[in-house]
Write a protein that binds this ligand. Structure first.
Ligand code: NZQ
Ligand code: ZN
Length: 384
């Protein structure tokens, strides 16, 4: 196990009826900006619950933060928040609204064009305080300090982390997920699953607790995923799904272990270029990546095959391929297409994607061994 420091300051408030606790969680006297997306919260009662809990506060609203939130939209929020002397933010929504709010709170204290800290995240050091009411279990953004922002003009999608962008608290009421369409539920299951895989399916660092935590989340998601997506809303299923997604990316399973994240990095390019949903890109890229990198990941792939899919018979190659096929079938059974050709996308952009990584000088994967050539090979494996 590698050395590590763990600190996660986000307070989780979990369960039925917990949005009402906003009344006592936001410090008195704050000028609050409430950020949200395209309006789903107005149709499912979340907006009303938030407003009722905050009736004593002066609140400015900023709506219209889009899925894959953009720099262009968020800069409008920054301008409004500065004009209104806002000193506290409340994000009400999914990963996009929360990530967008992390950008806003960082930009509020940044001297210069905020896109600079997207290019060089070490420049993101300070932020105004914020909290969240999560409406879509998927990203883990409600309990981490990461954020992914797109720029429309250049078709870029980049991530940053700031030591000060952990939410002060996050409210997770599983009942607010009842209004989610199947597409977003499926996206959430896949995103959470792949987050665990990025931190687990690397090489062994003899981190037994983290491995068992990770396998626990993966097994929970394979057990409940289809029921969550295709069944009627049921409280305990949604509660387990919601907690799985938070635990998948709040630092618990990454203590002292190597991490990959190449599926995410390549997937972000597919969203930036083609507008595919984040989780859809992961379901496309990951099976191909696991095949291309199977020798480096051999030991963990065999452990994954055994402990998550109970594949213990046959040759090593056979078990590895079967585990990858089971993973892909799991995504497909949730209604997610796993091939680029199914989205009408061919190989035209592959060279420019590989070129982008080469220009940035990024070396992907847990061993930094995924070169632009391998990225092209992985993308070729995504076609059909
Ligand atoms: O905009 P509204 O009207 O709210 O509708 C949203 C949106 O259209 C809707 N929705 C959310 N909650 C709902 C609901 N509809 C009905 N009922 C509800 N309760 O769902 C749509 C998608 O929302 P979005 O926030 O975009 O989805 P998600 O949570 O999957 O977030 C995706 C974004 O997060 C980034 C992704 O790259 C993408 O930009 N990620 C953030 C991470 C992080 N911060 O740690 C890690 C992830 O790997 C990921 O990259
Ligand atoms: Zn993700």
């Amino acid at each position: 196990m590698y050395n590590f420091i763990f600190k996660n300051p986000t307070k989780l408030i979990f369960g039925k009826g917990t949005i009402a606790s906003l009344t006592t969680e936001i410090p008195d006297g704050k000028r609050v900006m409430m950020t949200y997306g395209g309006g789903s919260i107005k149709n499912n009662g979340v907006y009303d619950q938030v407003k009722a809990a905050l009736h004593n506060y002066s609140i400015i609203e900023f709506s219209g933060i889009e899925p894959n939130p953009t720099y262009e939209t968020l800069m409008q929020a920054v301008a409004l928040a500065k004009e209104q002397n806002i000193d506290y933010f409340l994000a009400v929504g999914g990963g996009s609204v929360i990530d967008g709010t992390k950008f806003i709170v960082t930009a509020m204290l940044y001297d210069g064009d905020p896109w600079e800290f997207m290019i060089d995240p070490s420049k993101a050091k300070h932020a105004l305080p914020f909290a969240t009411v999560l409406t879509l279990p998927a990203t883990g953004s409600e309990m981490n300090n990461g954020s992914v922002i797109s720029k429309k003009t250049t078709h870029e999608k980049l991530a940053f982390m700031n030591p000060e962008t952990y939410p002060q608290f996050s409210i997770l009421d599983p009942e607010v997920t009842y209004s989610l369409p199947k597409r977003q539920l499926a996206n959430g299951v896949v995103d959470a699953y792949v987050h665990v895989m990025e931190q687990y399916l690397t090489f062994s660092s003899d981190s037994m607790i983290q491995d068992r935590f990770a396998e626990g989340i993966l097994s929970t998601l394979t057990e409940i995923g289809e029921k969550v997506v295709n069944g009627q809303p049921e409280y305990d299923l949604r509660a387990n799904f919601m907690l799985s997604a938070t635990m998948a990316l709040n630092g618990f399973i990454s203590m002292g272990v190597p991490q990959d994240w190449a599926t995410h990095m390549i997937g972000h390019e597919l969203t930036a270029l083609y507008g595919l949903d984040h989780a859809v890109t992961l379901a496309i890229v990951q099976p191909s990546l696991l095949r291309v990198m199977r020798n480096e990941k051999r030991e963990k792939l065999l452990q994954y095959a055994d402990r998550v899919w109970h594949l213990t018979q046959g040759s090593e190659e056979g078990r590895i391929e079967a585990a990858i096929q089971k993973t892909e079938a799991f995504y497909r059974n949730l209604g997610i297409k796993t091939k680029l050709s199914e989205h009408g996308i061919d190989n035209k952009s592959f060279d420019s994607i590989a070129e982008r990584f080469a220009i940035r000088g990024w070396k992907l994967g847990e061993k930094q061994s995924i070169t632009p050539e391998l990225i092209r090979e992985i993308l070729n494996g995504c076609l059909a």
